[in-house]
Design a protein around this ligand. Structure first.
Ligand SMILES: Nc1ncnc2c1ncn2[C@@H]1O[C@H](COP(=O)(O)OP(=O)(O)OP(=O)(O)O)[C@@H](O)[C@H]1O
Length: 260
């Protein structure tokens, strides 16, 4: 008998969840100003996968990311990083968990201007009193193409290079998951595609788990999977996305006048 092993498409591997939500709801305000930003969302972000969250403006993308990263409280339901339930953690433990298990990349690069690139990259580890794993750091720095730039301050770097420093900073501590809120929103398309390429490499080559929020179908095409939100609910889940497929899906939203 012969057995053949078929490749498993990304997004269907059934792998372990780096982060997950079950019936996650988030309500802002009350009475007439009540907004259900998330309405019983359940999903997993699997380990070693690159996921993009898309959807019209106001659909709940940032809220979902913030709740799943422990940056915002939830109204009901569960949000977990690995096996750790976030919704019952006290603030101090939550801060520790964010520091130790999660990497963040924001639209504004959030680098400290007085520190050079290397110091910015290792800052979270230094604050946590953790030892820098030199071999890992070298790998991260070369993955994001910063080897010749480590002594430069942010003002001496281009926007794309600054965001690469932010990507390296997020990767340096080997977090269980990296969340990026429109990480290429401030970059031109060339710099943006470089940063997305590095994020994708970090998933392929370093086994990192990455989740980004984006409005850009081209950015989403770098991911393994796109989750679409509308009105606080998941309305689609696309494996192996291409920019064309994503754009086509988004036209459905545009037709209702809810463009992003
Ligand atoms: N702090 C807040 N107070 C009240 N309402 C809020 C707050 N934050 C978000 N909302 C509302 O929750 C809904 C979801 O917002 P969210 O920012 O998650 O959407 P989004 O999909 O990220 O939007 P965008 O693409 O425009 O950034 C929106 O209706 C928004 O107005």
């Amino acid at each position: 008998m012969t057995t053949s092993i078929q490749p498993v498409p990304a997004g269907l591997s059934g792998g372990l969840a780096a982060a997950s939500a079950t019936d996650l709801s988030k309500v802002y305000g009350a009475g007439e100003t009540r907004v259900a930003a998330l309405d019983r969302v359940s999903l997993d972000f699997r380990q070693g996968e690159f996921t993009a969250i898309m959807g019209p403006s106001g659909s709940g993308k940032s809220t979902l990311m913030h709740c799943m990263a422990g940056l915002d409280s939830v109204s009901s339901g569960s949000a977990r990083i690995g096996d750790t339930e976030l919704t019952t953690l006290k603030e101090k433990k939550l801060t520790q968990l964010r520091r130790d298990k999660i990497g963040f990349i924001f639209q504004a690069f959030n680098l400290l201007p007085t520190l050079n690139a290397l110091e910015n990259i290792t800052l979270p580890l230094d604050i946590a009193g953790r030892k820098v794993d030199r071999a890992w750091l070298d790998q991260v720095v070369s993955t994001v193409g910063l080897s010749g730039r480590l002594g430069h301050r942010p003002s001496q770097l281009s926007g794309g290079q600054q965001q690469r420093v932010a990507v390296a900073r997020a990767l340096a501590s080997r977090p269980e998951i990296i969340f990026g809120d429109e990480p290429t929103g401030n970059l031109d398309s060339r710099a943006g595609s470089e940063v997305l390429g590095f994020l994708r490499n970090s998933v392929r080559e370093l086994g990192q788990t990455v989740v980004i929020v984006t409005h850009d179908p081209v950015a989403a095409s770098y991911s393994d999977r796109v989750v679409f939100l509308a009105d606080g609910r998941i309305v689609d889940d696309m494996a192996s996305p291409t920019a064309e497929k994503v754009l086509e899906r988004m036209k459905g939203f545009d037709a209702k006048g809810r463009t992003s």
